[in-house]
Design a protein around this ligand. Sequence first.
Ligand code: CIR
Length: 263
Amino acid sequence: MMHHEGFGYRFERAIVRRPGRCVVDGLRAEDRGSPDHASYLEEHAVYVRALEQAGLDVVTLPALDDYPDSVFVEDTALVLPEGVIALNPGAPTRRGEALVMEADCRRLGLETHWLSGRGTLDGGDVLVTGREILIGLSTRSNPEGFIALDELLTAFGYTVRAVRTPPGVLHFKSDCSLLGPDTVLATRRLAETDCFTAYRVIEVPRGEEAAANCIRVNSVVFMPEGFPLTLDAVESAGFEVKVLSACQAALLDGGLSCQSLRF
Ligand code: CIR
């Protein structure tokens, strides 16, 4: 696979979707209260501004009244230089989001492909690095979905590896992020599955597991607010960090990476 240096974290564009009023009905494993629409809009606007400050051209798609979780655009598609792959989200209430995203991407002039078959796959389970694409099997992404995506990506020339999302963890990337060509940030429970033996792993200190969902965007690492030990670990490793609030998203088990498609 021949790609530019920085593949997986150097981006020019992003697609986000404004949270609609129905975001209060978003899915969550454990109810710690619903997000507040006005606060979410604010949190989202700050996130969009940070993407722009990192050098990205951001397209904000309109809110979708029928899809409470549609702010989490990352689960609907995988965007690569070869085009957009519209996925099949595993949560039944989220299936239709991919249809809308595929149409939006076509309208933006992007080439689109569909995942074949009936398997399910959430973008939150896909980690793209410069050397391979890791796909986490989870309660949302099943083996049929993996086989279909593997087929497409292999045809594009990528090296694909199936990995396991730990039990009780929503998505593979809930527990890890790519920080550099050979560096990942990961929770201990994920690193212990040996999926990152070929990488330098910065381990998330115990008790701060929710800090693993970060995003490297060009020269900056976006990190969620409230995790001082992880912040220290990432800064000590030499990364420039931008801390962002993600507390509204977190009420719905979402984080920083889930809210944009970057390419
Ligand atoms: C869901 O359960 O699908 C949403 N409430 C959260 C999705 C978060 N997405 C992600 O981690 N990629």
